[in-house]
Design a protein around this ligand. Structure first.
Ligand SMILES: [Zn+2]
Length: 51
């Protein structure tokens, strides 16, 4: 199970966590949204088997 952060503004999963001494926030690489609030989406992931 993998949890994806989703932008509440545009719905993009291209979110980057920015670290600050006062805490931190999420920044959307697509629309520029900044905030501590994100939507989380859980997805079943198939384990990749590499031979
Ligand atoms: Zn966005």
């Amino acid at each position: 199970m993998t949890v994806f952060k989703k932008c509440p503004h545009c719905g993009s999963t291209n979110m980057k966590h920015v670290h600050r001494s006062s805490g931190g926030f999420w920044e959307c690489m697509d629309c520029g949204y900044k905030g501590s609030h994100t939507h989380e989406e859980e997805k079943e992931t198939n384990p990749e088997i590499s031979w």
